[in-house]
Design a protein around this ligand. Structure first.
Ligand code: GDP
Ligand code: MG
Length: 166
């Protein structure tokens, strides 16, 4: 069979949750304290390999602002996977993440693998809720930190596995 597969993946979530930082960590292994906010959306790609199979993720990093909301379907339609990102220290960003889950459940591709990333896990002393909600809604869940790199590769690996590619 074909062991080299492309998978379109979209990042959704509130502005400031750390979407761009997760992509930067995953694609370049870097972190910056003052990440510029994304205008519209940005595209990246990164390949994961395991046991002779490769998945090339084609990643759409969207802007979190409400005024770009109407553009979001362009990015999540046809996506094989989505990572909904929130900031574990921000109730507001968690509420926004729930809205994205609802939107994908209603309008997204039903076969899409959806992951919830509780980002800024390095700030765990300020953590709010997350895991219970993910379990109740059938979401794959991890707390990530773009800053320390914790679980960043892992969430992409778990998505690739869920897609049946690795
Ligand atoms: P986006 O709007 O969702 O793309 O968020 P950004 O990636 O632009 O990040 C917003 C801010 O949060 C930036 O100042 C980042 O440096 C910071 N940030 C992102 N990820 C983390 C993280 O895992 N830990 C900490 N402490 N800060 C983070
Ligand atoms: Mg951004």
């Amino acid at each position: 069979g074909n062991n080299n597969i492309n998978a379109k993946l979209v990042l959704l979530g509130d502005m400031g949750a750390g979407k761009s930082s997760l992509v930067l960590r995953f694609v370049k292994g870097q972190f910056v304290e003052f990440q510029e906010s994304t205008i519209g959306a940005a595209f990246f790609s990164q390949t994961l390999a395991l046991d002779g199979a490769t998945v090339k993720f084609e990643i759409w990093d969207t802007a979190g602002q409400e005024r770009y909301h109407s553009l979001a379907p362009m990015y999540y339609r046809g996506a094989a996977a989505a990572i909904i990102v929130y900031d574990i220290t921000s109730t507001e960003s968690f509420e926004r993440a729930k809205k994205w889950v609802q939107e994908l459940q209603k309008q997204g591709n039903p076969n899409m693998v959806t992951a919830l990333a509780g980002n800024k896990a390095d700030l765990e002393d300020k953590r709010k809720e997350g895991r219970t909600y993910a379990e109740d809604n059938g979401l794959f869940f991890m707390e990530t930190s773009a800053k320390t790199a914790i679980n960043v590769n892992d969430i992409f690996y778990e998505i690739a596995k869920s897609l049946g590619f690795l």
